[in-house]
Design a protein around this ligand. Sequence first.
Ligand code: DP6
Length: 337
Amino acid sequence: MTSTSIRPSTVTAVAHPNIALIKYWGKRDEEYILPCSDSLSITLDIYPTTTTVWTHDGAADQLTINGVPADGGALRRVEQFLELVRARAQRPERLVVETVNTVPTGAGLASSASGFAALALAATRVYGLDIQDVTLSALARRGSGSASRSVYGGFSIWHAGTGRGAAGDSGSYAEPIDAAVDLALVVAVVETAAKPISSREAMSRTVRTSPLFRAWVESSRLDLAAMRAALRRGDLDTIGEIAERNALGMHATMLAARPAVRYLSQASLTVLDRVAELRRAGVGAYATVDAGPNVKVICAKAAADAVATALRELTVTREVIVAGPGPGARITAEEPR
Ligand code: DP6
């Protein structure tokens, strides 16, 4: 491998998690992380991941997460991702990666999305690769599918693209979209322990065994078209209704997997009931749930405090945080070594 010299530097990047209003659930290609359907999300202004990287003389990549050296699966996943970046940059050096998550890792609050968006940006920069936007998004996707969307602030759509393997790689990326809404997401944390089954494994099992999977892909396609129109109109109630039904459809397809995958807990259902009650009382609040029991409630910014107060009154909630649209991934420091 040939490599020109780069000026050694330490690069820090920050990225935020995103919450899908139209979910990504199911891959057509597991190695290349190519999804079966388009998805659409909003990047939040809470729980940033900060990742600092530099090259070193060692023979292997090193990773710490929140100050703790990582090994096993987490390290392998980062190494595999960095191999892709090195191949593209034609650089041989290994990296030291220090990542700090402010979100509970593995609890269905999308730490892999912010994590790989920040890593993709920091690593490409430290290896002297100048890639951005859709190219950066497609690369971040190889670390974790949802990371493709955390490259951007606000709303973004991840186009599934077509084809498999290398042929499908560059056509599967996210891009930002405009929306005319002042929306808030109220995050109701009911559990912070790591999930019993990783979303990666659960997704794979769903595709292989759920008899409802095809129907989910088809209904999600219709949901996406309706969601885009509602976002253009700034029609918050329709946005919320579609997001809620899409999330429940995703949980339905995984509940039908064999064996069943169940992320919704008693506490999640209690929050969902409360959200339905709020609606009956005239508050435009709608719920979405990812690969974990925590519930995110979509509502108008003006209603967020009232929604948060109602959710805090529930004994099942440990923490309730009001989030809004957040920024895209960005470099926050770059210093010569
Ligand atoms: C339920 O992006 O974590 O949050 O691509 O296997 O890393 P991998 O999966 P990941 O899955 C996220 C699934 C979801 C829905 C979504 O964010 O669209």
